[in-house]
Design a protein around this ligand. Structure first.
Ligand code: ADP
Ligand code: ZN
Ligand code: ZN
Length: 732
């Protein structure tokens, strides 16, 4: 038998399948997806079986043999998916496999988690008759302990001792399955039973249910779907304001999939900060729910992975990587808050979990259900849209007021101060959103104008007063707060702009009382636990203000927040990016959606551009208007979803290297149905000079192939050896 394998090497140049002889004695252990150890370029590497075939095109004498079949195995459909991801994101299948393999598998963490010792019959006999078998005191004690306890983790008795006893056939050593499970997210206020659906929820579920029940009528949309023989793929977008009951629709759809014997994947943007969603699935479906996220220990993740692989769990809830849950017969994939940029993976491969979800749904003939209050134009364009326009509690959306900040110097508008004072008087709660950490954005010298910059990146250093340092938010470089200018010696160092730290300080000074506390949540609160605690305290308080970055508008459900403030709504518009308007619209709309449940909410949007389209339309809660305009604009300018963008960034220690590489690439890439923009210099990052190309094309697959072959042609070649090249298909 021949195993065609994908070696798990990081090297870009190593691509494709390699044939190995699978010796007879290993043949029945290996399947497609099995992890192997094989000799490769003079060393032992791990590899995943992509195919098993009777014969190779190469003569036997040129083939090496598989050294070992390791215990971990990936489902076969994921091996195919990894190959597709490798191509689609100009990466390699091996790198895609690395993000899919069972947690810890490549380091030997397998389902046999704990090495456990038991007594063999010979061991029992030896213990009974301590004379004819010579045992040391330690060995005898170990055998006695095993006789008492039945089975014991080896580490408790001394693995070396046990190994020796194993060698003599007296002890059996085996890795036994551990039963670690993540803590359940029991939340007392969440009921296990389904509520009576609203009319809108019912209407939204009709086409979803019929896609399960009657594949012939299912809508074929968007993807180059290869439908499974018995069911057709279909993609829906559940577009509903926050609080309109989208999660209940997911739950009902999931129940239907489970009923039909099919598995369910639920993707959420950031599970650590949104435990409610998970708790609702656990409350409804109990033990068949598995959770996969990076905040869990590797052991727990591994166990959850196996519960899914064995079919004990049939619903997987998790962030983007949960799209690789090992499940067969997936019936439903839900992508909640589908507009969130966290669905894009920033490591290699730069996959987008939403696109991978399309692919996986198509492979399984599953229903794909996106949900959002502010969907992407891309999904509006490619999915059947289902609307939920009313909040379940019947409350109106809050009124949104746009405040013109031109000519003002205080970070908060006078109206905002008044609204916050009212909030305190009424014992209410407010959220204040400013997407900028720290105290001031930058420092400059009052006499010579010197601006404090990061030595590694072309960005300004941000003052963090509590830590008494200035820091780079890109590379983490830190230095003490300067007392004087190193260039001219002046002691007048000016601080410009306001971040969350300063805003918190101003709010504390002006408003805070024991009854009206001020909390701050941003990435300075390190770790999910610290963040969850801050949210918990704000939740528990009867009144107060929560100041924070975007994090506070993501998925949190504070039923009692009456006032929402966006401090610098233009911040997201200042990026030179075709998605800038979409981000701004989403930010304001999401905050509005989380304000004033029950119908008495008020949202204030501070901006230097009060007439800007996304701000005006968000203030009017006009998401259709925004999406229509946005789709027109994108069509006119040939942006996604009407074209595909591919970004190539070259970086190098020296300035010329990066530029020379992008110039060489530009000459090689001839994208069909498109054009190449650049090379354009990017600001220096982490000490590296950078240069980029952007390919804009109507022929996605062919253009990706063109970029891939150009990158393969120059990567690692002599003139560009020191350059690292990163390709981003569908950059965010
Ligand atoms: P979304 O996901 O759109 O923000 P949720 O599904 O979280 O909305 O629903 C908002 C609130 O309304 C939740 O507390 C949920 O339990 C409740 N809810 C949802 N559907 C119903 C219903 N049909 N009847 C009563 N309450 C419901
Ligand atoms: Zn100076
Ligand atoms: Zn830096």
């Amino acid at each position: 038998m021949i195993a065609r394998v994908l070696p798990l090497t990081q090297t870009r140049a190593i691509k494709g399948l390699f044939d190995y002889i699978l010796p007879q004695e290993l043949a029945d252990q290996a399947e497609v997806g099995s992890l192997l150890r094989v000799p490769f370029a003079g060393r032992a590497v791990q590899a995943v079986v992509a195919e098993l075939t009777p014969t190779s095109e190469l003569p036997d004498e040129r083939l090496a043999s598989v050294a070992a079949v390791l215990p971990a195995r990936l489902p076969a459909d994921l091996v195919k998916l990894a190959q597709w991801i490798g191509d689609e994101y100009c990466s390699t299948a091996a790198r895609a496999l690395n993000v899919m393999l069972p947690p810890g598998a490549t380091r030997g963490l397998t389902e046999k988690l704990v090495l456990t010792a038991t007594l063999t019959e010979a061991g029992n006999a030896a213990l009974a008759d301590g004379v004819s078998v010579r045992l040391t005191a330690g060995q005898e004690a170990a055998l006695a302990a095993l006789a008492d306890a039945g089975s014991v983790p080896a580490s408790q008795l001394g693995t070396a001792t046990l190994r020796r006893l194993e060698g003599r056939g007296l002890v059996n050593l085996e890795h036994a399955v551990s039963s670690r499970r993540p803590d359940r997210h029991a939340v007392s206020s969440i009921s296990a039973s389904a509520p009576r659906l609203t009319a809108e929820q019912k209407a939204a579920l009709v086409p979803i249910m019929s896609a399960f029940a009657n594949p012939a009528n299912a809508l074929m949309m968007g993807t180059e779907a290869v439908p499974a023989p018995e069911r057709a793929a279909s993609t829906f977008l559940l577009h509903g304001v926050t609080g309109s009951g989208k999660t209940e629709v997911y739950l009902q759809a999931a129940a239907a999939a489970l009923e039909a014997g099919l598995g369910v994947i639920i993707l959420v943007p950031e599970i650590g900060l949104t435990p409610q969603a998970l708790a609702r699935f656990e409350a409804r479906f109990g033990d068949v729910v598995a959770v996969l996220h990076s905040g869990m220990s590797e052991g727990k993740r591994h166990d959850e992975w196996l519960r899914l692989a064995r079919g004990e769990a049939r619903v997987c809830v998790g962030p983007r990587s949960a799209i690789f849950a090992p499940m067969d017969e997936i019936g439903l994939i839900v992508v909640d808050e589908e507009h969130e940029s966290s669905y894009k993976h920033e490591g290699d491969p730069r996959y987008d979990a939403r696109t991978v979800a399309e692919r996986r749904a198509a492979d399984h003939g599953a229903v794909l259900l996106y949900g959002s209050a502010t969907p992407r134009p891309e999904s509006v364009h490619s999915s059947a849209r289902l609307r939920l326009e009313q909040r379940v509690d019947g409350g109106a959306l809050p009124s949104v007021e746009v405040l013109d900040m031109r000519g003002l110097h205080n970070p908060l508008h006078p109206q905002t101060w008044l609204a916050l004072a009212d909030c305190r008087r009424d014992g209410g709660k407010a959220i204040v959103l400013l997407n900028r950490r720290g105290w001031s954005n930058f420092l400059s010298c009052g006499s010579c104008g010197r601006v404090w910059m990061c030595p590694n990146c072309e960005v300004t250093l941000v003052l963090h007063r509590s830590g008494a340092h200035v820091a780079c938010h890109h590379c983490g470089h830190r230095e003490p707060v300067p007392g004087k200018c190193p260039d001219c010696g002046s002691v007048s160092v000016a601080r410009h702009g306001a971040g969350t730290e300063r805003l918190e300080h101003e709010l504390v000074t002006a408003l805070a009382t024991p009854e009206f506390p001020v909390f701050r949540l941003d990435a300075d609160a390190s770790g999910l636990d610290a963040r969850a605690r801050i949210l918990e305290r704000f939740h528990a308080a009867s009144a107060g203000v929560l100041v924070g970055t975007q994090m506070i508008a993501k998925g949190h459900d504070f039923a009692d927040v009456g006032l929402g403030v966006v401090v610098d709504a233009d911040q997201t518009m200042r990026f030179p990016d075709f998605r800038a308007e979409e981000r701004t619209f989403a930010l304001v709309t999401q905050l509005a959606g989380r304000t004033g449940r029950g119908g008495h909410g008020r949202v204030l949007v501070q901006t230097m551009e009060p007439q800007a389209r996304p701000i005006q339309l968000a203030a009017q809660h006009d998401s259709d208007g925004f999406l229509n305009g946005e789709l027109q604009r994108r069509r006119a300018l040939a942006y996604p979803p009407f074209a595909t963008l591919i970004r190539v960034v070259c970086s190098s220690q020296d300035d010329e290297g990066a530029h020379a590489a992008t110039t060489a690439l530009r000459q090689l890439i001839e994208p069909p149905g498109g054009r190449v923009l650049g090379p354009a210099p990017l600001f220096m990052l982490r000490g590296k000079h950078r240069s980029q190309l952007v390919v804009k094309t109507a022929e996605r697959t062919a253009a990706i192939a063109a970029v891939r072959s150009a990158v393969d042609a120059i990567a690692g070649t002599k003139p560009h050896r020191e350059v690292s090249i990163s390709v981003d298909v569908d950059p965010q």
